[in-house]
Write a protein that binds this ligand. Structure first.
Ligand code: ADP
Ligand code: MG
Length: 633
């Protein structure tokens, strides 16, 4: 903010202003790219929509600043929702293509719809008046700076809230998000809408800042630059967005001036050398891995002194620097510095009063809920994949408050049953009812919210999030706060968020993970990851908990711990369906066991009876017998 007081050169003021405007857009783009993990090449288009909404309103109607700014945010947010629609069906390169097409169409429309946009001629506008006072160059700079800070605070708060966790969760594991009651569908659209809102604000400020808008400004090159800025600066970081914005604005200018370029390249080489030395010394990287960036940056400095003029080399050097950064600093500049200096991500503030919270409170007392003895009733369930009947006419009745075992050889349809129960697959035929309501045709998140929680055979945690955050995603349903509550930290949001932290910590305590609350889920040992999945599932306050091979890959002491935890869960009145291969676990814990073989239920009853059943023995031994037959007699 002090910059325009110290430096009176309008050129530099304008340069910094542009950086700030781009940064506002990048904060929003980072929500989509960094947090939800979607690629958007449509953001230059959204930027253009913001600029033209403001431009046209001012040009045609003489709208005041506040009106044009808010209209730009609103209109662009609506287009963000439109851009999100393909994101619901396609991901990865396909989504990139679709968003690219969106951006291109917007540019063409701006060009062609000259009755509104004045077409290729563009629109000229003046710096806006505010409260009757016409802003000059410097005052407009301050306005942008204030809006930058406001955007920063809002984005930061949103990303630290349950909304931000929902965005991040759907990058980590969409299927787990849905099964935790966080609708992937809804939050993808939400992320695009918020992101577009910031793009719209940036666009309208850009229109005033340049005082001229034309269709060519919002082209493919700009959209790629935005994406590069997020990646180079460092995704999931507001500082990264600021650095990224500075790079894409300053780097092209820097490459115009050979003397300046010499200074900067020498400074860069020194910086790279120092950080490489630090990284090697702290054994964060091998000397061999650091050699190329060091040699590369020294070579760049050498080149700078060898060249007399930049003009012929500008684009090539620009391209090489970009490639270099994207290839070597995959976590961006912020990620690299953090890593080299061994800084960790700032931790969320924990409420210390938590210690008092009893673990018992953490787990719901679902027992009393609903009078019926049966929690779940499945009848004649058929699940067909092409010609394969993964489930064939299966009936299943699960009594409230019991641990119901589901066993069978590999490929017998156990996991398929769980997927059908949680809405991941829609059964080909048959009925499923839970607490008296049918489950068929409902979405996974809807089913989860009605009280069925699950874990996965292949652990589905949100890897980049901490253990605590993983459980907090499970607590998403306890939040009624909306975007505005989060942005201004209303008392309602503060209350909900504090209570979620408390409950998440006591759930972690319940499974014995409280000491690892701040560890990223992907860094936990396998056995702990399975326990974390259970804690996250319990956060849903389920009446029914589905555990898919929770003991797979666990060591003997871990299995013992697991058995104790499952018993405790049952004692809290939560009904459990347990798929397990360890027969001792199944036999010691289950009240009832159902046995599947080739998608059909072949036996059911008390564990001891089932174990002695001839059909069951045959099903399990059958596999081995065939193996035996396969050997030469
Ligand atoms: P398990 O009892 O080992 O958990 P599953 O339920 O995973 O067995 O699988 C049962 C059968 O259904 C297997 O033959 C499997 O290949 C098949 N299957 C499961 N999911 C699908 C799918 N999405 N598409 C096609 N086949 C599937
Ligand atoms: Mg399975």
């Amino acid at each position: 903010m002090l910059f325009p007081i110290g430096i009176n050169n309008p050129y530099y003021i304008h340069l910094l202003e542009t950086i700030m405007i781009y940064a506002i857009l990048l904060f929003g783009l980072d929500i989509v790219v960094g947090y939800t993990g979607q690629v958007s090449l449509g953001h230059a288009g959204l930027f253009g929509i913001g600029a033209y909404t403001a431009g046209v309103l001012v040009f045609k109607l003489g709208a005041p600043l506040m009106v044009s700014l808010l209209a730009a945010v609103g209109v662009t947010a609506i287009f963000g929702a439109i851009l999100a629609l393909p994101a619901l069906r396609v991901t990865g390169p396909y989504l990139a293509m679709v968003t690219l097409a969106f951006g291109t169409i917007i540019q063409i429309l701006i060009n062609e719809m000259s009755f509104i946009t004045e077409g290729p001629m563009g629109i000229k506008l003046q710096k806006p008046p505010l409260f009757g006072h016409k802003l000059d160059e410097r005052e407009f700079f301050w306005l942008v700076a204030v809006l930058l800070v406001v955007s920063l605070v809002i984005v930061h708060r949103v990303l630290r809230s349950h909304l931000g966790r929902a965005f991040e969760a759907l990058r980590g594991s969409p299927v787990a998000s849905d099964c935790m009651g966080v609708s992937v569908y809804r939050y993808k659209v939400y992320a695009f809408v918020i992101s577009a809102g910031f793009a719209g604000m940036a666009g309208s400020l850009y229109a005033y800042s340049e005082q001229y808008i034309s269709p060519n400004s919002y082209n493919f090159e700009l959209t790629v630059l935005f994406l590069l800025a997020v990646i180079m600066g460092g995704r999931k970081s507001r500082i990264g967005s600021l650095i990224g914005a500075a790079i894409i604005v300053l780097l092209p200018k820097l490459l115009d001036d050979v003397v300046l370029f010499r200074y900067v390249s020498v400074a860069l080489a020194v910086m790279v050398l120092i950080s490489a030395a630090v990284a090697v010394k702290r054994q964060k990287a091998t000397p061999a891995a650091m050699a190329i960036p060091v040699v590369g940056s020294i070579a760049l400095a050498g080149l700078a002194f060898w060249l007399d003029t930049m003009t012929d080399w500008r684009l090539s050097i620009f391209g090489v620097i970009m490639l270099f950064v994207v290839y070597y600093l995959q976590d961006g500049i912020v990620g690299f510095v953090r890593n080299a200096l061994n800084l960790r991500r700032p931790k969320p503030q924990l409420d210390v009063s938590v210690e008092g919270a009893s673990t018992a409170e953490a787990v719901s007392k679902a027992a009393g809920a609903g009078g019926s003895d049966q929690v779940l009733e499945a009848a004649g369930v058929l699940m067909q994949f092409g010609g394969l009947k993964a489930l064939n006419n299966v009936d299943l009745v699960v009594r409230r408050g019991t641990i119901h075992g589901l066993i069978g050889p590999n490929g017998s349809g156990k996991s398929t049953m769980m997927n059908v129960l949680t809405g991941i697959y829609v059964p080909t035929a048959g009925s499923l009812s839970f607490g008296g309501r049918s489950l068929v045709g409902r979405t996974s998140s809807d089913i989860a919210l009605s009280g069925i929680a699950r874990t996965f055979q292949n652990v589905q945690l949100f890897g980049e999030m901490t253990a605590l955050q993983n459980v907090q995603v499970g607590l998403h349903h306890t939040f009624a706060s909306n975007f505005f509550d989060v942005a201004v930290h209303t008392p309602r949001y503060r209350r909900e968020s504090a209570s979620a932290v408390n409950r998440a910590l006591s759930l972690l305590k319940f499974v014995g993970l409280e000491a690892l609350a701040e560890e990223e889920a992907r860094n936990l040992p396998y056995g702990k990851q399975r326990l974390l999945e259970i804690a996250r599932a319990l956060a849903l306050d389920p009446q029914l908990l589905l555990l898919d091979e929770p003991a797979a890959g666990l060591t003997a002491p871990d299995i013992k711990e697991l058995i104790a935890i499952i018993r405790k869960i049952r004692d809290h009145g939560i009904t459990v369906i347990l798929i397990e291969h360890h027969m001792d676990v199944v036999m010691s814990m289950c009240d009832t066991v159902s046995v599947l073989d080739f998608g059909q239920k072949i036996a059911e009853g008390e564990p001891a009876k089932v174990q002695a059943d001839e059909k069951v023995i045959e099903a399990y031994l059958g596999g081995q017998e065939t193996d035996a037959h396969a050997q030469p007699a």
